[in-house]
Design a protein around this ligand. Structure first.
Ligand code: BGC
Length: 732
């Protein structure tokens, strides 16, 4: 991994652009020791109010008081994206007594000026180097606009597509999510912004997928599933973290001392700071663990929260709590120390103000757009392709693109790059015209009033256009209102009147290619039966539609793989591949087996699945040794062949199962993957190294244990991988 990231660094055009800011990260050795001395000296000079100020994070907009910056009562700001405005707050710092630079934060979740696919769509590429580069360019652009901190990556694990925020994560699998967490953290920080890994912890397990809802997570699962991506991000150097909104096993995460202090600082040795989520300290009252804001502030600080995001409660109450002796000065100093430490390690004391004049030219550079195009291409998942409908055949002479989403309204989710270097995002009909032969006509009908597809503009015109062509491309899905934070859904069908349109298009009898841009896996059971082909994307960003056109036209061979199982119905949720076995497995689908009366057990499209215009086969799976000591390692190899006339990329996946152990173990668990490019007819040997130390699991007390015994290994192109080998895990 480290080697690969280094290679990515070399190929990223590091030297080609004169960016003002270099990558950021933890300094080590004498430099780190010198920073500790500087922090101590600075704390020694600070008044109580200035100390509290360092823990106060306020945001652009109504209520923002620049005088607090001038008075040294604000340590961080957020949502400033216009370089001139960033410059103003930086200048205000110089009027303060101690001139302590501000941390300037932003949700640069999948881009700043250049937009990359949503994080879930990046994960669908199964390409950590590419994901690292997407984060790098996001960090580069954001830091060129004066930002030095991003509220990302979100690494919350979720098995519930009803939750609107699955789009910010990396899907259902802990191994893939951990690799992605590390890649995104490294990329952001190499690009010049400190990462804030979030939301610590358990936010993705909200009951029923309802946002902000409580979570109940057994310790074994907390350690096996929810914590590893955080650990991976910290190991990759994440400098800050954000606490979650939810209650974890009845203790709000924002006041969870066990997680924030005992585990994060104590066991894991994290030296950075932890911010609350947006107003989550004052929400402790509503959680029912604080009678007022003063108590909320006290509880959060003493649990291990160092910064109050947009709550104003540290700012209003902490000084009093200290004066009254309810919060020890030592605890306050410790929080201030963590914030200042990050500021020094980030180099903020030496960093000049944002270069307002240079910023626009550093947005949407050719390099960034190239990475965005590649990420968009690799995030496309071909879910269905009946009778080789795709790529569009030479016999197709007319295409109708249907659906308002084909022409972008907006590719932003949160951030507003304030028009810096914004360029036109190519509409799908134009992109298709560019990719298809000149004699193919491409018509376009939006059908809906808006992207969201909740209201018809002209359904008849759309159906008429469809009936008149050889092939229909319907671009449908979820737009901003239907996905993201605060957008939990109980119905995972196409929103609004989109299903009605799709039905009418299918009724024309013309082959329909359904192109989806969504924020989560939808229930596609109807579409799977009735349309000719399904192309899934998770909003591809600036280059998204251009990449889709390349895939439809066959210029790009799709290689995205499902990062989160697609349920057949909402009633199946949670549906994920690494389930435990039951004592009543499904055999012949009869009563008293662990099945549904009215639905299959299996996902519609399982984890790891994705079609290609090529066809890949696996052969000769083998292990380097049949007995592997529990502290040792084994190499596992398999031959992958491209049995088609087209070059293509395959994602070779390795799963394990321990059929007998002390505790029940999942039916399959991903332990490795490798994206390989294979020319038509080519065979490559893919070799994985598997550390036996990764084969354990946690018990009810959170203790990790590895058990000796047989380990089955499956190799293939999805979680249904069939090539099989095995080895014996032995006591050392
Ligand atoms: C979200 C965070 C985000 C913050 C700031 C909150 O509502 O949960 O993930 O970083 O807002 O925008």
């Amino acid at each position: 991994m480290i080697l690969r990231l280094f290679a990515a660094l070399l190929t990223c055009g590091f030297a080609t652009i004169a960016f003002a800011q270099q990558g950021v990260g933890w300094k080590t050795g004498p430099e780190a020791a010198a920073i500790e001395r500087k922090v101590d000296a600075l704390i020694g000079k600070m008044t109580l109010e200035e100390k509290v100020g360092q823990l106060h994070l306020s945001g652009r907009g109504e209520g923002f008081d620049i005088n607090q910056v001038k008075a040294g009562r604000m340590g961080a700001v957020m949502n400033f994206v216009v370089p001139q405005e960033v410059r103003q707050v930086q200048e205000a710092v110089r009027q303060s007594r101690l001139k302590i630079p501000l941390i300037i934060g932003l949700d640069a979740v999948h881009g700043f000026s250049t937009y990359f696919p949503l994080p879930l769509g990046q994960a669908a590429s199964w390409n950590p180097q590419l994901i690292e580069q997407a984060a790098y360019w996001t960090g580069r652009e954001a830091s060129a606009a004066g930002i030095n901190w991003t509220f990302a990556p979100m690494v919350d694990m979720s098995r519930d597509p009803r939750w609107g925020r699955v789009l910010e994560g990396a899907g259902e699998d802990v191994h893939l999510a951990s690799v992605v967490a590390a890649a995104r953290t490294s990329g952001y920080q190499r690009g010049g912004v400190a990462a804030s890994v979030k939301h610590f912890v358990g936010y993705g397990a909200g009951e029923a997928g309802r946002d902000y809802n409580s979570t109940w997570i057994p310790l074994s699962q907390l350690h096996d599933l929810h914590l590893p991506p955080f650990k991976a991000a910290f190991q990759a150097g994440a400098m800050t973290a954000m606490a979650a909104f939810n209650a974890l096993n009845s203790m709000p995460a924002t006041a969870h001392r066990g997680m924030l202090t005992d585990l994060l600082r104590g066991k894991w040795g994290f030296r950075g700071f932890v911010t609350s989520d947006f107003g989550s300290i004052t929400e402790l009252r509503l959680h029912g663990i604080a009678k007022d804001d003063a108590e909320a502030a006290r509880k959060a600080l003493l649990a291990g929260i160092d910064m109050d995001m947009m709550g104003d409660v540290f700012h209003k109450h902490l000084a009093n709590e200290v004066k009254a002796g309810r919060v020890p000065v030592k605890a306050l100093d410790e929080a201030v120390r963590r914030v200042l430490r990050v500021k020094y390690h980030l180099g903020l004391f030496e960093r000049g103000d944002v270069d307002v004049a240079a910023a626009p030219s550093l947005m949407q550079t050719e390099e960034a757009r190239k990475v965005a195009r590649q990420a968009a291409r690799e995030g496309v998942i071909l879910l269905k392709n009946d009778k080789a409908t795709l790529p569009i055949a030479p016999s197709v002479k007319s295409v109708a693109v249907i659906g308002a989403m084909a022409v972008p309204e907006d590719e932003r989710v949160w951030t507003d790059p304030a028009g810096l270097g914004r360029r036109l995002v190519q509409p799908l009909p134009d992109a298709l015209r560019e990719q298809l032969p000149a004699d193919v006509t491409v018509a376009y009908e939006p059908a809906f009033t808006r992207n969201c597809g909740t209201e018809f503009k002209d359904k008849e015109a759309a159906v008429k256009a469809a009936a008149a062509v050889d092939l229909v491309v319907a671009m449908l899905g979820e737009d901003c209102e239907f996905m993201g934070e605060g957008a939990s859904r109980t119905d995972l069908g196409l929103p609004g009147v989109q299903q009605e349109l799709l039905g009418a298009l299918v009724e024309t009898g013309k082959p329909v290619v359904l192109v989806l841009a969504t924020g989560r896996p939808l229930v596609l059971t109807w579409a799977d039966k009735h349309v000719a082909a399904i192309v899934q994307t998770f909003h591809g960003g600036t280059e998204g539609r251009a990449a889709i056109a390349e895939v439809l036209a066959g210029k790009v061979n799709p290689a995205g793989r499902v990062p989160m199982s697609f349920p057949r119905s909402v009633g199946q949720i949670p549906v994920y591949y690494d389930q435990l076995p039951t004592g009543r497995p499904q055999k012949i689908r009869q009563r008293y087996e662990s099945i549904f009366m009215d639905e299959a057990n299996e996902a519609l499209y399982p984890f790891g699945f994705g079609l290609s215009y090529s066809r890949f086969t696996y052969a000769n799976p083998r292990v380097s040794r049949e007995k592997v000591a529990m502290d040792g390692a084994v190499e596992i190899a398999v031959e992958v062949t491209n049995r088609s006339e087209r070059d293509g990329q395959e994602v070779a996946q390795l799963y394990v199962r321990q059929p007998v152990a002390e505790r029940s173990r999942p039916l399959r668990q991903l332990k490795g993957f490798e994206k390989v490019f294979l020319k038509a007819g080519e065979t490559k040997t893919v070799t994985f190294r598997l550390e036996a130390g990764t084969l354990g699991a946690h018990d009810d007390a959170g203790r990790y244990r590895i058990d000796p015994g047989l380990v089955e290994v499956y190799l293939g192109g999805s979680s249904l991988a069939e090539a099989k080998t095995r080895f014996e895990l032995t006591k050392p």
